[in-house]
Design a protein around this ligand. Structure first.
Ligand code: GAF
Length: 389
């Protein structure tokens, strides 16, 4: 992990190399790991993310030729150049779509053009929200540089629209909210229905504990299609229950009308049951963190979240299940998949000194499955999006 100062220096130097001029500033936004509250955001429910120390950094300067020119330290040679006035959803594609989507979402408020170089260390394809870190770093940069009147909620909305409307990824606002709103030493308890939030102190080290992220290194092609299907199923379940959002259902007994004996009814019941029970799990974890109970009791709640995502929401994959099993067998208090699903990372609540043993156990299990060793790191609850230079 690099310090903010070293990261700023590195991206400013890469900008100068790439554009032959100095940048006007450097901004950063973090990836996230969600402690609990998965697939609740687009249902108006609760989430509890923590910002990672891993960030995407954007060095930016204004231009006067109307062009948006995008470069990336991770994709050298893949420069994208398009007139701001010609931006339209879907073009440019790939990583450049996220910063382009942000500029598009601010259409009419970006006079002239912009040169942007991005650099970062949020693992991509790992369910740790590298794309929201990218969108949020650029959104913050453009706001500050052009002195736009956008508060944190408006910034989150610009970054979410870049992903939904420009890139075409039908996400909720969990990742963008985490990237903008999280603060060091805290988990962000967010009610996605009305935006109410609370910074919940998260000092697991004081209890001799740690959160370990295990990036399984697996992603699946159907992740986006699967995500879209789940979102539609939740909307359909809400419609059949006569509510706007599944968040309005607080008791699983209220889901009974979905069980009409049809296959569709069974699927919708299980999808909705995940959302309703997951909201309850977020509230349970927050109550534990606010009180003086031993945080080890959170472990089984995380594992129950995994079982619900695996069995009711059906978005886990065998390698991720194997990772959770191996971590639990090696002594983790709880473990669950994080993010959109169909691969990515697992988060485990462990004793502070157990990271090497648990990494070793998962590595051994992966070797048996003919899979390369996972990448792991202990989570340090870090700061949200900020200006570095
Ligand atoms: C992805 C999405 F981008 C989020 O909005 C959220 O739905 C998450 O999956 C699941 O909790 O990260």
């Amino acid at each position: 992990m690099v310090t903010d100062a070293a990261a700023a220096e590195r991206v400013a130097a890469a900008f100068a190399d790439s554009f032959g001029q100095q940048s006007e500033g450097v901004w950063a936004a973090p990836g996230r790991v969600n402690v609990i509250g998965e697939h609740t955001d687009y249902n108006g429910g609760f989430v509890l993310p923590v910002a990672l120390p891993h960030t995407i950094r954007a060095a930016v300067a204004r231009r006067d030729d109307g062009l948006l020119v995008l470069a990336s330290a991770q994709h050298l040679g893949a420069r994208a150049e398009v007139a701001v006035a010609d931006l339209e959803p879907g073009r440019p594609e790939g990583w450049a779509g996220y910063p382009a989507g942000v500029v598009h979402a601010l259409a009419g408020r970006v006079p002239g053009g912009l040169s942007i170089l991005v650099d970062g260390d949020v693992p991509s394809g790992a369910g740790l929200s590298s794309s929201a870190a990218l969108s949020c770093s650029v959104a913050l940069a453009v706001r500050d540089l052009l002195d736009l009147d956008l508060d944190a909620d408006a910034l989150i909305d610009v970054a979410r629209r870049a992903e939904n409307d420009f890139v075409g990824a039908p996400t909720g606002a969990l990742d963008q909210s985490a990237s903008v709103l999280c603060t060091a030493g805290h988990a962000l308890f967010l009610d996605t229905r009305d935006g109410t939030r609370e910074q919940v102190p998260l000092d697991l080290a004081a209890a001799g504990l740690a959160l370990l992220v295990i990036d399984t290194g697996t992603t699946h092609d159907h992740a986006e299609g699967g995500y879209r299907d789940r979102r539609r199923e939740c909307e359909r379940a809400a419609e059949r229950l006569g509510v706007d959002l599944l968040r309005e259902i607080e008791d699983v007994a209220a889901l009974d009308p979905l069980a009409d004996g049809s296959d569709e009814g069974d699927v919708l019941l299980r999808r909705a049951r995940h959302v309703v029970t997951e909201d309850a799990r977020v509230l349970q974890v927050v109550a534990t963190l606010r009180g003086d109970a031993d945080p080890r009791v959170i472990g089984p709640v995380l594992t129950a979240g995994h079982e619900s995502l695996r069995d009711d929401f059906e978005i886990s994959v065998p390698l991720v299940d194997a990772c959770v099993e191996a971590a639990l067998a090696a002594g983790a208090h709880g473990a669950r998949m994080v993010g959109g699903g169909f691969g990515g990372s697992v988060v485990a609540l462990i004793e502070a000194g157990a990271a090497d043993d648990i990494t070793g156990a998962v590595t051994e299990r992966f070797a048996r499955e003919q899979h390369r060793a996972p990448r792991t790191f202990v989570v340090i609850p870090s700061a949200g999006a900020r200006r570095l230079a």
